[in-house]
Design a binder for this molecule. Structure first.
Ligand SMILES: C[S@@+](CC[C@H](N)C(=O)[O-])C[C@H]1O[C@@H](n2cnc3c(N)ncnc32)[C@H](O)[C@@H]1O
Length: 221
């Protein structure tokens, strides 16, 4: 099977984007900035809708493209908050302008700073956390994410296939090793139920297992 043809097919199935979102995609093509693209965007939107997500935390945001898909879902779920966090002030400013133009500015909270620290300093209990930070920090981010996601909440992480590098045993670069390490931890930890969806560069989809209901002390009751 032709991998690129499959990816273009998945992309063509996404309903047409118009206006500001279409302009944001054009900006990605022009600048080469690594946005998640329409197929992954639509996937994030559908998951957030199924979950009824109202509180979303995005780690390592860009100029607001993936944020826009989450904001649309949260808006349709009845409103809430989407956190946009990036350490680049100019990207944060651009994202604010795009999300205002899309009419979602009022439900996005913008933070300029390091994303793991920002998550650590948040109140937590998020329905959904999306992680797209520098790959070397993926393993370190997992412990904080586990504490800040509500039981039954969903974690989506981008770049789990890393352009195929994770399959190549001779690739020992720091970013590839970090992605492998995060993948290993999530799949081996009973606190998570996980799968990888091979859209674009591979999305981890995981849910934090809810603790089992406590049994009554006396089971004759
Ligand atoms: C891949 S881009 C995000 C693209 C975005 N998900 C989208 O589709 O629109 C990652 C961004 O997060 C920033 N970043 C990476 N690691 C970060 C971290 N630890 N804290 C804050 N920002 C980070 C990068 O500089 C870059 O601007």
């Amino acid at each position: 099977m032709d991998w690129d043809a499959v990816q273009s097919y998945l992309e063509r199935l996404v309903p047409e984007r118009t206006g500001e979102l279409a302009r944001m995609e054009a900006e990605g093509r022009r600048s080469g900035f690594p946005i998640i693209g329409p197929a992954a965007g639509q996937f994030c939107y559908v998951i957030a809708r199924i979950l009824g997500a109202r509180f979303v935390f995005e780690m390592g945001s860009g100029y607001g493209y993936s944020t826009a898909w989450f904001a649309r879902a949260v808006s349709e779920n009845g409103g809430g908050v989407v956190h946009h966090v990036v350490w680049d002030e100019e990207l944060s400013r651009q994202a604010r302008a795009h999300l205002d133009a899309l009419g979602f500015g009022n439900l996005v909270r913008f933070t300029v700073g390091e994303a793991i620290d920002a998550l650590e300093n948040s109140d937590g209990n998020f329905d959904l956390i999306f992680n797209d930070i520098d790959k070397e920090a993926y393993p370190r981010s997992l412990e904080v994410i586990g504490r800040k996601l509500r039981p039954g909440g969903v974690l989506i992480v981008d770049n789990l296939l890393w352009d195929g590098a994770v399959l190549d045993d001779s690739d020992r670069t720091a970013s590839t090793r970090a992605i492998r390490e995060m993948t290993r931890r999530v799949f081996s930890d009973p606190a998570w139920e996980a799968s990888i969806v091979p859209i674009r560069d591979g999305l981890l989809l995981a849910t934090k297992v809810s603790p089992p209901p406590s049994k009554p002390a006396d089971n004759r009751l």
